[in-house]
Design a protein around this ligand. Sequence first.
Ligand code: SF4
Length: 386
Amino acid sequence: MTMTPNSSTQPKTDLLALTLPQLQQWLKERGEAPFRAKQLFNWLYRQLENDFSAMSNLPLSLRERLAEEACIGPTIIRSELHSKDDRTRKILLELSDGKLVESVLMLYPPIGDSSSRATVCVSSQAGCAYGCTFCATGQMGFDRHLSAGEIVAQVLFFARELRKEPWTAAGLPGTAAIDHITNIVLMGMGEPLHNYTNVLQALRILNSSDGFNLGARHMTVSTVGLVPAIRKLSQENLQVNLAISLHAPTDELRSQTMPVNRKYPLSELMAACKDYIASTRRQVTFEYVLLSGVNDTMEYGQKLAELLAPLKQFAHVNCIPVNVTTASYQTPGPDAIRAFRNILFEHGISNSVRAERGDDIAAACGQLRTRFENSRKKTELPVVTP
Ligand code: SF4
């Protein structure tokens, strides 16, 4: 449970870190009836209220006590940026100890039969211990794990924004406006499975049918490949999607950009994925950042197809042309991307290409914080509170 200090030096309890049974217990310890927990959960996750004084069906005495002893996540937004097309929005959230993390909202208009989507890309740690060379967060080093409440708060921030002002794709008149979050991906700052307990707690809170009620199948946990944690996840009774940041099909190449590969080489990672599929019968997505001339050659395409062939239809490759602003890598051209994907198709490996988003607002993880901290050295930016 996250505590933040209040004016009377008593630590405040972050209610967003509590499941419904934990909230019931917390209220019980304060002499309150357990049914108040459901009312409070409703205010937090259905009404999306973040002001105790507005929770009109709670007695005034309880509202005052909540204001004194509890809080509703971190609320300081240091920076908020919208891409020119308003399909990507990014916030820099300041935590109670001054650490900064980024969250991104990605908005997708309807395609064919599928409806609009609003996906929040959530951070799970301040900084990261895994040091992938193509990642701005990886260059910062590790600060600390985020609490469950700090993870949940990122989702609620954008949920409130969409509730207040539903989004419709510009240039697509007649499409229904979207006013709620449809998906969560743990692909922001940090390695989610390194912060296993808090991440799982946050997902269970957001999944609760008494509260936010987001289906587990709409949640994706992305990992660099922490083998023991993947095995543990396969035993959880939670149908979340698993994505592996693969990015190279050989140990030699993968270890150059992803130091974690030296600890958990591809043979162990693939064995864990195979067992994960056997236990869950769920498809696993393999994220593959295409670095021109580095891992996108025909030879590596062939090796990738061979690596994933044993997983058959349970493997899907998400090809991501590198965002050139993140490091000294080059984005491959459309012909190279097509040729790479064709090799995978020829081997029966389903794949897609993720469109680049939000370049104009530094959407790749860690970039906004890096820019912010550089500029803060020169001048203090204004604080925005929602
Ligand atoms: S890609 Fe993920 S695991 Fe690797 S350094 Fe960046 S945040 Fe950490």
